[in-house]
Design a protein around this ligand. Structure first.
Ligand code: GYE
Length: 339
């Protein structure tokens, strides 16, 4: 009898065990099986780009388009011409179109909660790239890939301090202020905010450095030129121009040379992006430090989009590798930039 009971309880245990295994396998998140259509035709990615305001931007767009074509990914591309409302419209059209993944460059940090909630309700994962967003519920997007703008700002500040600290050791007049003009990027954008914050973080320990003028040139060459005309009229003792992107810097150089001023000599210039024209200006001594911001993120973006389409998770934040080019470097070693 006892033997019989033992056998029954053993069979019962085995049964429970099988049910348990089945449940465990059954409950684990199923890899979203790509449909036959997706297998054959590749996934569909909705890509909302902010515009074409700089050589950096057009290179970034091309990088994503080329990577998508290479991977057989269908890219539904939208150029928002610098308007957030156009981007929101584009994201809504991607949702209606039922793309597999949405990739977008948020022109500014705020105002995305509603449309991202709509994407979530539609079961479409979202990848944020290049610039960051502030949303009440961070799980509204899967991850970010792009630049570390705070680090870029810090590198600009460190260069300025090292440049003048060296000069100070040798000059008698050590109690002068170092007057800085800042050309700010797009208002409300995470990159402009980060570049400004990182720069000020370094300067706060050096009270003799002061920002006497800071205005947004919206990352545009034309605005860089306009603002340069303005601040060169307003101030005679500018020591440094800190520009948030090369596009605006090229406008400044133009305005300075029109006035017979020597960019990089009469005024120290620090710029961000490292497009070819900025590297050429560095070689010509017209700028003193160029901080790279890498636009060629297409291959990584598409890889992350494919992972999201397959139901996989991705890193929350992924910063791209970036260099800093100093006037004292061997500049002959810098390879052509491609933008
Ligand atoms: O620095 C500038 C572009 O978001 C990092 O936007 C990007 C910036 C880049 O207009 O050239």
């Amino acid at each position: 009898m006892i033997h019989k009971n033992r056998q029954i309880s053993k069979q019962f245990c085995i049964l429970i065990f099988i049910i348990l295994i089945y449940c465990l396998v059954g409950c684990s998140p199923q890899k979203k099986k790509l449909s036959q259509f997706e297998e054959d035709h590749g996934i569909i990615v909705g890509f909302s780009q902010i515009g074409a305001e700089s050589a950096w931007r057009t290179c970034n767009t091309r990088s994503v388009q080329d990577a998508a074509a290479e991977r057989g990914v269908q890219l539904v591309y939208d150029n928002a011409e610098q308007k957030q409302e156009n981007q929101i419209k584009a994201l809504r059209s991607f949702i209606a179109y039922q793309v597999d993944v949405i990739v977008f460059v948020p022109i500014v940090t705020d105002g995305w909660d509603n449309v991202l909630q709509e994407a979530r309700d539609a079961g479409i994962p979202v990848l944020v790239t290049d610039r960051k967003i502030d949303v009440a519920d961070p799980s509204l997007y899967a991850g970010f890939i792009g630049t570390d703008s705070l680090k870029e700002g810090r590198n600009a500040g460190l260069f300025v301090v090292s440049k003048f600290e060296n000069a100070r050791e040798h000059s008698a007049e050590t109690d002068d202020y170092i007057n800085i003009v800042e050309l700010f990027g797009t208002e409300g954008s995470s990159v402009a905010n980060g570049r400004a914050e990182g720069f000020r973080e370094v300067l706060k320990d050096h009270p003799q450095y002061r920002i006497i003028y800071s205005k947004s040139g919206d990352f545009l060459r034309s605005k860089g030129y306009e603002l340069a005309v303005e601040f060169l009229d307003m101030y005679e003792d500018i020591d440094v121009i800190y520009s948030h992107n090369d596009g605006m810097t090229l406008g400044v150089i133009e305005a300075m040379e029109e006035r017979g001023l020597r960019p990089g000599k009469d005024i120290v210039i620090v710029t961000i992006d490292a497009q070819q024209a900025a590297i050429d200006a560095l070689r010509e001594g017209k700028v003193n430090c160029v901080i790279e911001c890498n636009p060629k993120t297409g291959p990584e973006i598409i890889k992350l989009a494919e992972r999201l389409a397959a139901g996989e998770s991705i890193p929350r934040v992924q910063y791209v590798h970036e260099e800093v080019f100093y006037e004292t470097d061997d500049l002959s070693l810098i390879a052509p930039r491609g933008y």
